[in-house]
Write a protein that binds this ligand. Sequence first.
Ligand SMILES: NC(=O)C1=CN([C@@H]2O[C@H](COP(=O)(O)OP(=O)(O)OC[C@H]3O[C@@H](n4cnc5c(N)ncnc54)[C@H](O)[C@@H]3O)[C@@H](O)[C@H]2O)C=CC1
Ligand SMILES: O=C(O)C1=N[C@H](C(=O)O)C[C@H](O)C1
Length: 255
Amino acid sequence: MSKLRVAVLGAGGRMGSEAVRAVRAAEESAGDMELVAALGRGDPLSTLVEAGATVAVDLTHPDAVMANVEFCVRHGIHAVVGTTGWTEERLAALRDWLADSPGTGVLIAPNFGIGAVLTMRFARQAARFFESVEIVELHHPGKADAPSGTAVRTAQLVAGAREEAGLPAQPDATGTALPGARGADVSGVPVHAVRLRGLVAHQEVLFGGEGELFTIRHDSMNRASFMPGVLLGIRRIAGAPGLTFGLEHFMELDG
Ligand SMILES: NC(=O)C1=CN([C@@H]2O[C@H](COP(=O)(O)OP(=O)(O)OC[C@H]3O[C@@H](n4cnc5c(N)ncnc54)[C@H](O)[C@@H]3O)[C@@H](O)[C@H]2O)C=CC1
Ligand SMILES: O=C(O)C1=N[C@H](C(=O)O)C[C@H](O)C1
């Protein structure tokens, strides 16, 4: 079987440099992929074509990711995307590009951490049983966006499950508040973002009912924690044309 020819975009960054290491390590151990390009800011995207990349991993910046993914899709290069910033409008544009490039696959993974994916799944399952829910995400102070893509996705999943179950809006008697004191409202779920030196990537989903609290917490202690998910995405994306949103679709969670 031919090797997957992998390119990493954002290769000089915190996640990108870890992904370069992970792909090289997989090349040594499993031998099913090879790193053919490592692009930093300012490197031309044509390098991907010249290097014959078949899968590109994007770990750049919300301002850069759209142009990168559009280039990949238009050139039939599968993309595994960890970069955040995927609004509904952006996803709609991506679906249009993919419609013009059948056979090309794009994975958007709000979080590559296996435990983070499970957190989202379990939060969705728990949502209908509790009157109240709030999300606290905690990250390193170098993070460009707030709230995190993971927290937004978690809130959307929780909100969807609440709506399906016919739950009313959450109880909250707040009348006066300093702006931001109650967090950001994501689909009716308050999301609070903490930025603190020493943190990597962490999330708590807090559920409350009468006389009962239930907390789901996930901690990524380093960026190596995301790499099994990145490699899973690289290995699966060529067999999944179109848009896959969320690593859970490659994890056989219902099997
Ligand atoms: N899905 C997941 O599991 C994870 C996602 N992320 C996301 O990945 C993204 C990157 O995070 P970090 O590595 O912490 O950021 P970072 O700032 O350390 O690295 C980003 C790198 O991308 C480079 N860059 C910017 N524009 C570029 C372009 N057009 N082409 C090539 N390189 C470009 C920058 O120079 C920098 O080296 C963020 O959106 C972050 O939220 C981060 C951790 C896990
Ligand atoms: O910027 C980060 O660090 C992370 N970004 C992703 C997000 O916004 O959810 C994933 C993880 O939380 C780390």
